[in-house]
Ligand binder design. Sequence first.
Ligand code: ARG
Length: 461
Amino acid sequence: MKMWSGRFKGALDRKADAFNSSLSFDKRLYKHDVMGSIAHCTMLGECGIIPKEEAELICKTLSEIFYDVKNGKLKVVGAEDIHMFIEEELTTRIGDVGKKLHTARSRNDQVALDIRLYLREELDTIAELLHTLIKTLITLSNENLDTVIAAYTHLQKAQPTTLAHYFMAYAEMFLRDLERLSECRLRINVMPLGSCACTSTTYPIDRKNVANRLDFADVTHNSLDAVSDRDFAVEFLCACSIIMMHLSRFNEEIIYWASDEFGYIELDDRYSTGSSIMPQKKNPDMSELIRGKTGRCYGDLMALLTTMKALPLAYNKDMQEDKEALFDAVDTVKMCLDIFTDMLPTLKYNKESLRSGADKGFTSATECADYLVKKGMPFRDAHGVIGRLVLYCSEQNKRLDELSIGEYKSFSELFDNDVLNCVKAENAVQNRKAVGSPSDKAVKAEIKRAEKLLRSYFPET
Ligand code: ARG
């Protein structure tokens, strides 16, 4: 019999019952549901809303239920949702006293609380994974401060840079992800219990007491909003989607850097797979899966946004649909960050082909134009001269650093012997000293800044 069956004459249709139930997936929230119930019940006892001894018995039994579920002694089946399951089990164990737990509470504020507790915990785990990934990127950067590579725009060779500068570009993205998560955490970390079904309650509850017990920074300030707000969940999914977008871009580059055409990296055997028919294949499946799973995470975000878009105040059952999207995104992001951070240091960089990649494609052309500017030519004119010089090189099948000084001079009298130094890729890199540029000094400064930022998020390490 349903706990709410009082006003009904007949039973729920069997298929409708199964359709209505969320237990198969929201059982994942059992720990958070018990935590929330213990805090609520302790407050009920302290405020004299139920007798203290009864509150103590309820809390003790709740924690026994928690351990029984955790240890697999108690199977989570047969109820409408996890909230009902735990309350029914409580009442089975201690009889009428158990029926007092739901005083001054509704499943609407209860589920809002559970999701916040769950997301707060998972968010911290994801932040930890980002932390490890950024530290890995910093290590790789320190090892590659002078590994010259080509930077691309439009996937065409652009200018020389270093592998360290490239890795730190991704570190910047993941640092922004950390910042986004920490801002999202502020909105998650607000306690909705006491809003009850939608207009709070007449019991003399102490909402701050519950918030303190559960380590929330504040309580929600409008009961209608509190039971129907999932902004924090949308925001969380958005932060997850952006993390996945960053991972996906990174992995896209790994995929084509590992191709025969680029030959910049070789995948480690531990993180690549073969073909069932083509014996020669070594495929970047991990990177492809991360790129592919980005789509499902975006799907989770779109699903929740769409579910919420026309919901009237306050709680609506549509909102039960929030959970699977959140669980899926949490699992996906954690899995991808974890495997990617393991895989990243195993990639073998072919420094010769990276270097020759940087030497080809006239990546020092901008440098050459700047050279003429420094000798007094207006930039637009210098751009024209070097454009003609590049055309000449490509017709002669030569690189800029292979031209003789005579050939340079035939394009402009301003060229001197020192131009041959200027077009060397490593010099082009080291001469870029402004904040954010690829010279090792500038990159080292950004590594320091990144480390400092990490310490501000994770002070204990
Ligand atoms: N299983 C429900 C959910 O996940 C819990 C809240 C149900 N509230 C209600 N009044 N039916 O949203």
